[in-house]
Design a protein around this ligand. Structure first.
Ligand code: NAD
Length: 354
């Protein structure tokens, strides 16, 4: 089957890690007899140089005419943010895409690889139990998007949710749980907040549609503690915007490097896949970046946009096997380990697929 993919490498390490991800996709296409059509487009600083905009219309059109968006990263060095090329680059590019394609649900897997246990801030005995969870966060509602008002010494930030806003991430979370270990934890603060009580009600009403998923509820303060003390107890977590913002940042430090972590932003029709890290200007152009987050983003794309589960697992297994065989880029290597370049790491993963 033919799938067309908008490929937006962006800035910094984006083009370097994207090149490795495309090689992996090509290997999957060959092995499983698929056709992927790549439609490259400029975004971020790279687009600004040509179009004077971080998100040009040409790029939006290419995305609109594709089945998924594979995104690298955008942005320049932190000390050059005042330059027109970099000013508001991430905001214009990513928030622009989020708005145009209604990317209302964010998906962040966090997996701790046992062979990289020393990178994780967690104790070995916690990691041994296995940490492989996904946080699904509502992205365009809640307190960040409610009314904000200050009157002298009084300030308000309004959190509101309606049923439709809650159903969308919940449906996706139930479906994600069905594809995984079939456990869903709805995180809220239902002992205090009306919005949380509505989330619970909607979740309870939806649960019979997904009879093979075991659902439980957890208060957000307890969830934050359990992510550190007992992360193996989680499979899929779903939650509202602000709780998800905080919990996904807690989870993002567990694996030990940004270079390992993919993400997805799900829209009504079109989904976007990207590493959680940025453009890493400190190592850009040096063939040093870890391509794993970008490669695992393609696995999420195969799973969630194209329903190619076996192919997605083939990529995830290849990453796991490459790491087991000792393949390390600089961000995940200990002092006595051989450090591979971006291209060499890509090649190690590719070899496990072929
Ligand atoms: P960053 O995520 O780019 O880098 C933080 C640290 O992580 C750096 O030391 C970097 O070398 C390392 N790192 C990140 N990805 C890596 C990888 N794949 N392999 C090895 N090491 C990796 O964050 P920053 O330095 O704060 O931001 C740099 C630029 O990226 C800024 O302009 C920021 O706006 C932008 N940014 C973009 C996105 C995005 O495109 N979605 C996300 C975050 C930051």
């Amino acid at each position: 089957m033919n799938h067309s993919i908008a490929v937006l490498p962006g800035d910094g390490i984006g083009p370097e890690v994207m090149a490795e991800a495309i090689k992996v996709l090509d290997a999957i296409a060959k092995k499983f007899n698929h056709e992927f059509t790549y439609r490259q487009a400029l975004i971020g600083g790279a687009a600004f140089v040509k179009y004077g905009q971080h998100l040009p219309e040409e790029t939006v059109e290419i995305c609109k005419n594709s089945n998924a968006i594979l995104f690298g990263s955008v942005g320049g060095p932190v000390d050059q943010q005042d330059q027109p090329k970099w000013k508001d680059c991430e905001k214009n590019a990513l928030l622009g895409l989020r708005k145009i394609f209604d990317l209302a649900v964010n998906v962040r897997p966090a997996k701790v690889y046992p062979m990289l246990a020393s990178l994780s801030p967690l104790k070995a005995e916690i990691i041994e139990k296995g940490i492989d969870l996904v946080i699904i966060r509502e992205l365009v509602g809640g307190i960040y998007f409610g009314e904000h008002k200050t009157e002298g010494d009084l300030a308000h930030d309004v959190m509101s949710y309606d049923r439709a806003q809650i159903e969308r991430p919940l449906h996706f979370a139930f479906q994600a749980a069905q594809k995984r270990r079939k456990k869903l934890t709805v995180v809220d603060k239902a002992n205090v907040l009306d919005t949380s009580r509505l989330w619970r009600k909607v979740a309870q009403e939806m649960a019979p549609q997904y009879p093979n998923v075991a659902m439980d509820f957890l208060f957000v303060d307890n969830a934050a503690m359990q992510l550190i003390k007992n992360p193996s107890s989680f499979d899929v977590i779903v939650t509202e915007n602000m709780f998800g913002d905080i919990l996904s940042d807690i989870a993002s430090v567990l694996p030990g490097s940004l270079g390992l972590m993919p993400s997805a932003s799900l829209g009504n029709k079109l989904h976007l896949y990207e590493p959680i890290g940025g453009s890493a200007p400190d190592i850009a152009g040096q063939n040093k970046a870890n391509p794993i987050a970008q490669i695992l983003s393609t696995a999420l794309m195969l799973r969630y946009s194209f329903a190619l589960e076996e192919e997605a697992q083939a990529i995830e297994n290849a990453v796991q096997t490459a790491l087991e065989s000792g393949a390390r880029t600089g961000d995940i290597a200990s002092s006595d380990e051989l450090i591979l370049s971006t291209v060499e790491m890509g090649q190690k993963i590719l070899e496990k697929i072929l």
